[in-house]
Design a binder for this molecule. Sequence first.
Ligand SMILES: NC(=O)c1ccc[n+]([C@@H]2O[C@H](COP(=O)([O-])OP(=O)(O)OC[C@H]3O[C@@H](n4cnc5c(N)ncnc54)[C@H](OP(=O)(O)O)[C@@H]3O)[C@@H](O)[C@H]2O)c1
Length: 261
Amino acid sequence: MSDDQVLAGADLGRGVTMPMVGFGTWRLRGSTAYESVKYALQAGYRHLDTATMYGNETEVGRAIRDSGVDRADVFITTKVPPGNVGRERATIDASLRDLGTDHVDLWLIHWPPRRGASPRMWEQLIEAREAGLARAVGVSNYSPALIDELVRTSGERPAVNQIPWSIPQYDPDVLAAHRDRDVLVEGYSSLKGTNLRDRTLTDIAGRHAVEPARVVLRWHLQHGIAVIPKSSHRERITSNFALSGFSLDQAEMARLDALSH
Ligand SMILES: NC(=O)c1ccc[n+]([C@@H]2O[C@H](COP(=O)([O-])OP(=O)(O)OC[C@H]3O[C@@H](n4cnc5c(N)ncnc54)[C@H](OP(=O)(O)O)[C@@H]3O)[C@@H](O)[C@H]2O)c1
């Protein structure tokens, strides 16, 4: 697959394009969050993933402002905690204040409230989008059945479902279910969830002379899955973003797919 195909931004509809490679910020707090995000922007990332629950929106916002990169060139995702049902508007207002922006690019329900789809919370996300506070809205940790419930009640599909995804978690049926619903899969904990010392993975990485983590991330992209690797180490932040210039062939993709449980 060509770099152009793999690295082109995902079309979320309504004129919104999401870069397929973002920077994850879970567990990055305080000055580490600030320095890591600023460095990620310098390294070329233009998509940042945060959440109200991460407690780092202030540092993410400050890092964007101090990076010299235009706000308009950065795709910002944040997430509403499921416990904030009924307080959605106050939640997005606090996120926008902390991030220092008048809109986010993607606002997600962090996980299903009380294990249900919560059409009520979903309606509030749509309302925030209509009010210009979020360019696109979506969900996280939802099953296809819960997504169907949202579509049934609102007539609106989530643009994205952010779910755990890694080589051992590869499931073509889940991917197909999202594709059928026109919902982009954004994988999280992709590196954490994969054994980076696996022999098949290190063998393929060796053939391309790249780190195993880069093979894991490239494998996601070639399956059409967006990635948001997190690191607090500069060399890893840089190398996790270097996903062009090598390509996994069909046999290599199949060998990696076969590592799923
Ligand atoms: N929606 C949700 O419920 C949800 C849940 C979890 C995560 N997320 C999002 O997804 C992002 C990514 O997931 P994650 O943070 O759980 O895990 P991840 O990005 O898969 O892995 C991060 C871990 O891998 C290490 N690492 C990073 N690059 C590496 C490399 N090149 N080689 C070896 N190790 C490397 C990091 O250590 P160092 O930092 O020490 O480099 C860190 O311990 C999060 O930051 C968050 O934004 C969302």
